[in-house]
Design a protein around this ligand. Sequence first.
Ligand code: UGA
Length: 438
Amino acid sequence: MREGGKLRKIAVIGAGHVGLVTAAGFAKLGHPVMAADQDKNKIEMLLAGQVPFFEPGLTELVSETVKSGRLAFSTRIKDAAEFAEVIFICVGTPSRGDSGESDLSAVEKVTAGIARSLVDYRLIVEKSTVPALTGEWVKYTLKTLGPKGVPFDLAANPEFLREGSAVSDFFKPDRIVVGVETDRARSIMEEIYGSFPAPLLFTDIKSAELIKHASNSFLALKISYINAISHICEKVGADINLVSKGVGLDRRIGPGHLSAGIGYGGGCFPKDVASFIHLARSVGYDFKILEAVSRANREQKQLALEKIKKGIWNLNGKTFGVLGLAFKDETDDIRESPALDIVRLLLKEGSRVQAYDPAAGENAAADCPEIKLCKDPYEAAEGADALLVLTEWPAFKKLDFARIKSLLIAPVIFDGRNFLDREELQSLGFTYLALGRP
Ligand code: UGA
């Protein structure tokens, strides 16, 4: 980390995946930080040293910064707004339903709370993922509800943290994007981000908002594209992993987010793609490419089911051992999890599911009680008609597959993430099923 950052009092409103990492990260860098969240239970847990969700390294970071006295918590926006000169809005912006529109009511509520607490200059930073033009409404709310004559600035600072590696992404981002309208806002953000080892790009507010949606949608497009290529691989007898490697070695394309599998999920891509399509429509542009991305991702799960059927014939009455329920590895998050979507499709077909996930098992079972939760991968395999590996947890690569084979009724394995050692499995006598590999 470079020297040169100045310390500022920072408030973070919303102590979820983004807010908590941001708050603890800034506190670690020396800033006095207050994180506010209206959820009393969450704040009580945090005060007791517990992080309410699984994120590698976050518990340690929070407890270290709380102990140092630099990270405090509150349930009141007013406390945070009075404490800090720079206020990051990090509340959720979920989908409002099938239209794809983002529900921005939490952003509005928090903005109104900040406006009512303004007594002196504040820089309000929009970090929640929002469609372009949200900044206009945030400024309108601050102007309408805030006291006359108290100055404020707005900045847009989209976050690019990935769940599962959010702590390291915070300290080592690829880039930092900040949309500003005044020199004062720009110099405060320069001070805060001056010590980060990454390019700092200043833009206007609307461009910063758009960069977030455009980035997530492009990554989703990459995944849907490589998933489409995987189907062509199957038809011609090519191997998607080799094709992906060859394509990704082109530096203009790059290897990231080019792994084919059962589709993307999580709290971001599905929602952001839908929200971007909605925004485009609302300003008069028919975003056909992105609609195709979203449709392909929905269909991917049905195609996975067809593949499983090919290896096992009827689904009705069969028992499946499932490894992985989280939307990806290193998280307990099951939002829009493609693994869970496939489990639901199987249950609908009359199959039974016995499943193991290193972190997301309880969340998944609470959401889908028909799942029989297992304590380890071997219990999930025991007496099953086939094993389905649906989340890319690295530990699943190192299982004792000879033991797994002895526990299964039939040696059939579906690799929903194309990440297992096909040759090893085939030499053990498994029927290896995957999307895009012969
Ligand atoms: C994503 C972005 O990667 C972050 O930059 C962004 O900040 C975040 O959304 C957000 O908007 O908050 P995240 O949802 O945590 O992060 O997860 P990713 O690692 O991007 O994975 C998303 C989904 O795509 C997962 O279901 C994953 O399994 C799948 N995926 C990923 C693939 O199917 N293939 C790949 O090659 C990569």
